[in-house]
Write a protein that binds this ligand. Sequence first.
Ligand code: ADP
Length: 416
Amino acid sequence: MNVLVLNCGSSSVKFQLIETDSEKIADRADVVHLQGLIEKIGTAEAIVSYTFADSPLKRSSEELLNHHAAVSRVVQILEQGAQAAAAAGGTQGRKLAIDAIGHRMVHGGEHFTESHLIDEEVVRGIERAIPLAPLHNPHNLKGYYVCRDLFRDMPQVAVFDTAFHHTLPPYAFLYGLPYDYYRRQRIRRYGFHGTSVRYVSYRYRELTGAAKTTSNLIVCHLGNGCSITAIENGQSVDTSMGFTPLEGVMMGTRSGDIDPSIILHLMTKDELAPHEVATLLNRWSGLYGLSGESNDMRHLLNSMAAGDERSKLAVQVFCYRIRKYIGAYWAALGRLDAIIFTGGIGQNAAMVRQLICDRLDALGATLDEGRNLSLGGREGVISAPNSRVSIWAIPTNEELLIARDTYRVVHGLPLP
Ligand code: ADP
């Protein structure tokens, strides 16, 4: 089955066409026929970039004034690819047909605990979660509406970032606020990055043969957004992102945890309005705010190597806070099998992994410096052979998980 995977943001659409089925999943032989990104939607200069399997990247600037135009463009790219392949005498035409669509949905609220075929009731459920993710859910839903217009009865599936964390126990998801705020407004920890965390923990079990029901893991998803998740017996039991993706460890431009009184102080002393505080905490903070240079870890590591003190400080704060979360979740789990790094930073930045793991050897997780340095963005173990707790880097693949979930949901197969 060919699944069109769509991740619709406010001004961007990420897309992939992935061929998958039970046999391909078992053999890890899923095929990515097309992947691409449309940015700056809503302007006369939207940037369209895509690549078909084994062919060079194409990039152009086009007028795409809304999501309807953008998703229609994706369909056109597929049609043109099929025609070109047919003209060249290939069988690619059939391969590029769409059989189902899988959507990344950021927030499923408390209602959605796994991926779902989208019908009117599911749409209403996603709409009910809009107040919890006003910057994400409306755009994710737009992708669904456009595809419903374009494809009518084609099955569409929602895969939620929050779903994997539905197993958090109340003592982990409740804040120390009056209980009424949870009862009336559903203010609680939801957690995000669930699709990524589910994928890498599944991949870890595939690589090690470990059983789901006995695996205790800490997954560090470190990209532009960063989160740490504690997994006990295969289930998420705590995670650093909370009511929104702002909580937890420090990120590229997000502050992560701060004393909430700082917000009150800024609103009173600097007379900042709520939207200004939101911008400060979400876009001007984190690695960017501390370094005064960049939110890009590659840039900061280079500046640090060149002797820039503020970049060094930003990287130190970043790594120190992650190490503290690992320690806290290790204590919460009691027993730990593995620490897994993923996301652009987690899967690529050996120096960051080294700084995070410094001192964890005292607890039983010893990094092997040689393995860590030589891994180079691939998947593999980076702990020393005698380390009680293993340490891994595993590249994430949220699109693949969305495609596989879509296939399974459409065929009524159980979700792993
Ligand atoms: P997003 O959360 O937007 O999906 P990514 O997972 O792609 O982001 O992660 C982006 C981050 O990964 C950036 O800070 C980038 O600098 C960092 N990164 C990517 N490759 C490397 C690398 N080789 N070394 C260090 N950092 C890297």
